[in-house]
Design a protein around this ligand. Structure first.
Ligand SMILES: Nc1ncnc2c1ncn2[C@@H]1O[C@H](COP(=O)(O)OP(=O)(O)OP(=O)(O)O)[C@@H](O)[C@H]1O
Ligand SMILES: [Mg+2]
Length: 477
């Protein structure tokens, strides 16, 4: 007869069972934990139960204090709670057995986190959206044990497949396929309508082209979650299965991926906008230099050349005082005009009065030069950052020019306000309205200039009620 099972053999046995079992002493120390228990709870032999473990510590303390009835407890992290039963083993030890499946659930969580991490790495690296669409489809498809998965983008009445994964051959839904949303009861249509996650447990009898394709491919059920980017439902991520089950918390598990997708889309959008605005600033700079070159060539340069010629002729004609006088007076007139033009050009480059004396006199000068009556109010006397002053100046200058050029207004009101955090300038005319940044480069250029300083430009202009251009600029940037 062999003797009783030695402790090492007993441990070997416990370590090999799929059940998760552990044991604690009166000091709340884990004295034994089999592999499944450690996997599910993070507690290993030697570690002390702390308050991170939900209601385990208080329950253990009560049992140490003498209570002997078995107790149900929940422990583990918030996203993956694990439950089990505590019971007294003898005077010194309290045992614990976790509910079945606890460590499988934890392993699933670990899989989910690795999948999320892989997608997050792509997003953080600024990968192309197409690459992320495909990666998300593959990760969620595999994670949820689906047969196929897709990232789908809404565009008007259509839903376009933009990322795709499937286990084995399937027909339809290839990247680039569009499915109409109208007359469909499929998931794509439901998510478009509700903006919420949804599932279909059985496609039999579901109406619409997409549902028909699902049946033809042998898919029975599917689950989907919306991708919400920039405040609207951009699209969805969908996983299809040939059996009836995709797991109870499939919607929740999809959410982590749809959030990453939204992040990728928003940062791609910001990158595109930033690039476009950089290109426009660059192009505006080049156009401005060309304009200067042309103006210098056609204006001041021509006049100075003419002046030089006149002076040379004059040199030869000093013996004829009458002619010399006429030439001299023409030359000085020419000189006056050349100087005037040069002054005008220099003003366009960087207004001297702005640099020397600040916004208040600079805006007054703009107002006095306008053919329309302009009221200017609220301009701070103190100096602001150079770029900020220049932005305000050019917003006012372009808006006044626009009013004269386009509005048929009879007066303009320039109102400035300075708070501790920002500067607001508003130019309102009483013209016929119709200001539209898409109609030229002036307003678009202003928006770029203002946005480059972290501000915002708004144009409100409805036919018949005049136009208001409003720039809001942060003081700190
Ligand atoms: N105050 C206004 N009242 C009515 N329409 C306006 C006003 N300001 C602008 N607009 C309209 O909006 C369009 C766009 O203005 P924007 O300043 O961008 O271009 P522009 O003045 O035509 O040309 P530029 O590029 O030389 O400025 C104008 O063409 C004009 O039709
Ligand atoms: Mg303009």
């Amino acid at each position: 007869m062999p003797g009783p099972l030695p402790p090492t053999a007993l441990r070997g046995l416990l370590d090999a069972t799929p059940a998760a079992v552990g044991c604690f002493d009166a000091a709340l120390r884990t004295v034994y934990a089999n592999t499944a228990f450690t996997m599910a709870t993070g507690l290993q032999a030697g570690s002390v139960v702390d308050d991170d473990q939900r209601d385990l510590a208080p329950a253990l303390k009560e049992m140490v204090a003498g209570s002997s009835a078995p107790r149900r407890v929940r422990l583990g992290r918030a996203r993956m709670p694990v439950s089990g039963t505590l019971f007294r083993l003898d005077d010194a030890y309290i045992g614990m057995v976790l509910d079945a499946g606890a460590h499988e659930a934890l392993a699933a969580l670990a899989d989910e986190q690795s999948a999320l991490r892989r997608v997050a790495v792509l997003v953080a690296a600024g990968s192309e959206p197409e690459e992320i669409f495909t990666a998300v489809a593959e990760e969620v498809g595999r994670l949820l044990g689906g047969k196929s998965a897709a990232t789908i983008r809404y565009d008007g009445d259509l839903a376009w497949t933009v990322g795709r994964w499937s286990e084995g051959e399937t027909r339809g839904f290839a990247v680039g396929t569009a499915v109409p949303l109208a007359d469909s009861e499929g998931l794509t249509a439901i998510v478009a309508r509700t903006g919420e996650p949804a599932r279909i447990d059985d496609y039999a009898g579901v109406k619409g082209h997409a549902a028909e394709l699902m049946r033809q491919n042998g898919y029975r059920s599917a689950v989907a979650a919306p991708v919400v980017a920039g405040g609207r439902t951009w699209g969805l991520v969908l996983v299809a299965s040939s059996t009836g089950s995709l797991g109870q918390d499939a919607e929740r598990r999809l959410a982590g991926f749809t959030e990453l997708l939204a992040l990728a889309l928003e940062s791609a959008e910001t990158r595109t906008q930033l690039n476009a605005s950089r290109v426009r600033i660059l192009e505006a700079g080049i156009a401005e230099r060309r304009r200067l070159e042309r103006n210098l060539h056609d204006g001041a340069q021509q006049r100075l050349v003419a002046l030089a010629v006149q002076l040379r002729v004059l040199q030869k004609r000093v013996e004829d005082p009458e002619l010399a006088r006429t030439l001299l007076s023409a030359a000085s007139e020419e000189l006056e005009q050349a100087l005037g033009e040069l002054r005008e050009l220099a003003r366009g480059l960087h207004p001297a009065v702005l640099a020397d004396r600040g916004l208040a006199p600079a805006l007054e000068t703009l107002a006095s030069r306008s053919p329309l009556p302009v009221i200017v109010e609220g301009v701070p006397q103190e100096r602001l950052a150079m770029a900020l002053e220049a932005a305000v100046y050019f917003v006012v200058a372009e808006s006044l020019t626009n009013t004269v050029k386009h509005a048929e207004a009879t007066e303009v009101h320039v109102q400035m306000a300075c708070t501790s955090g920002e500067v607001i300038v508003e130019i309102a005319d009483n013209g016929h309205g119709g200001a539209d940044p898409a109609g030229g480069s002036g307003l678009r250029g202003l928006a770029d200039r203002v946005e480059a300083l972290g501000g915002r430009l708004a144009v409100e202009s409805s036919p018949g009620s005049g136009s208001v251009v409003r720039a809001q600029l942060p003081l700190s940037e």
